[in-house]
Write a protein that binds this ligand. Structure first.
Ligand SMILES: *Cc1c(COP(=O)(O)O)cnc(C)c1O
Length: 365
């Protein structure tokens, strides 16, 4: 069976260094907000080319903390509206509603599956304070038009970069294109910890210092609290693992691009729609997502042939039981995407025989 994602094989590549890193933390006697985290924040800010990076507990918290900070800073207020793609993972929406902000869903572009900047303006009201754009599947979702709209209407542009570490738009890296970026290092992400972890990146000093306090009980100084904060810190041991894995992220991206390139050149089946990409640098292929009208049939067939696949995602946020208040809304493009997508295995540790087999099997279908 070709696994959808082989995390054990991915981390085995760095086994020695990861073990040394964990020993270093165990022996240090210091497990939170220490040297490993400071080093990771410096390394990750360099990688994203931002002034600041802050480690937090996970990607959802990175997003929650960004909105919470904008509220503390008086830039957003409860009841304000945030534009978000209807076609996203639910975490993007949870961060908005958790802060008593209102998600305003907007359809994606069917070529990129990302927020369609050409229709955003129709959804802007006097209550709109931000756009949370998601670089879904690893492809940058920001274009010049989106940047202009945010500037014109004075909206904060927040990037959900959970799937797009290292993807670029012109000379800017994911998480540095808008006002602020949220990152996830969930084990299965392109830059994955060995547990939960996340980060916020920004050039905005006020936002940085607010989130820095908010992630630690709202405290900037021990036992003094500026805000009603959260406990959302990135553990030293995860920071140490991430310091190891960050060194190899470019190699990982190159490996993913090679697999994607092979799929794009060799998959040839009229029942399948392949992903479109604007340019090579804008996509880091967290997921390789194809579309077909007969998704269930293809998934079952591939499983029988020994290829494990997943669906990202089967139910859009507005159709989830958790969001009953939005269940009556209809987003035709989003819903058709959710009915037709299927993700093929992709990673830098997939061997060439497996990649060839996947292509052969799909072309025979
Ligand atoms: C994974 C993911 C998140 C949440 O990250 P966690 O670290 O799992 O909390 C948010 N948004 C998107 C698009 C994701 O893929």
């Amino acid at each position: 069976m070709i696994k959808f994602l082989d995390l054990k094989k991915i981390n085995a590549q760095y086994q020695q260094e990861l073990k040394e890193a964990s020993n270093r933390v165990i022996d240090s006697g210091w497990y939170l907000l220490g040297q490993e985290l400071s080093k990771f924040e410096e390394n990750y800010a360099n990688f994203c080319k931002t002034d600041y990076a802050l480690g937090v507990a996970n990607g959802l918290d990175a997003l929650r903390l960004i909105f919470k900070a904008y509220i503390e800073l008086g830039i957003m207020n409860e009841g304000d509206e945030i534009i978000v793609p209807a076609n996203t993972y639910i975490a993007s929406v949870l961060a908005i509603s958790d802060n008593n902000l209102i998600p305003i869903f907007v359809e994606p572009n069917l070529q990129t599956y990302n927020l369609d900047s050409s229709i955003i303006e129709k959804y802007i009201t006097s209550k709109t304070k931000g756009v949370l754009t998601v670089h879904l599947y690893g492809q940058i979702s920001i274009d010049n038009r989106m940047l202009e709209i945010c500037k014109k209407h004075n909206l904060k542009l927040i990037e959900d970069g959970a799937q797009s570490h290292g993807a670029t738009f012109k000379d800017k890296v994911s998480g540095a294109i808008g006002d602020v970026g949220a990152h996830s290092f969930y084990p299965g992400k392109n830059l994955g910890a060995l547990g939960d972890a996340g980060a916020v990146t920004t050039d905005d000093k006020d936002l940085y210092s607010t989130i820095k306090a908010l992630r630690n009980y709202g405290s900037h100084k021990k036992y003094e609290n500026l805000y009603q904060g959260l406990n959302s810190r990135l553990d030293e041991i995860q920071a140490a693992f991430l310091n190891v894995k960050l060194k190899y992220i470019e190699k990982d991206i190159a490996g993913r691009r090679a697999v994607a390139d092979y799929y794009l050149k060799n998959i040839n089946n009229s029942n399948i729609i392949l992903p479109n990409l604007e340019n090579q640098n804008s996509h880091v292929w967290h997921l390789f997502v194809i579309r077909t009208k007969k998704r269930e049939e293809l998934q079952e067939y591939l499983l029988k042939e020994g290829v494990q696949t997943l669906v990202h995602y089967p139910i859009p946020p507005h159709k989830q039981i958790a969001y009953k208040e939005f269940n009556n809304l209809s987003y035709v493009i989003t819903e058709s995407i959710h009915n037709e997508v299927i993700s093929l295995p992709i990673s830098a540790v997939l061997n060439i025989e497996d990649i060839e087999k996947i292509v052969t099997v799909i072309n025979k279908w």
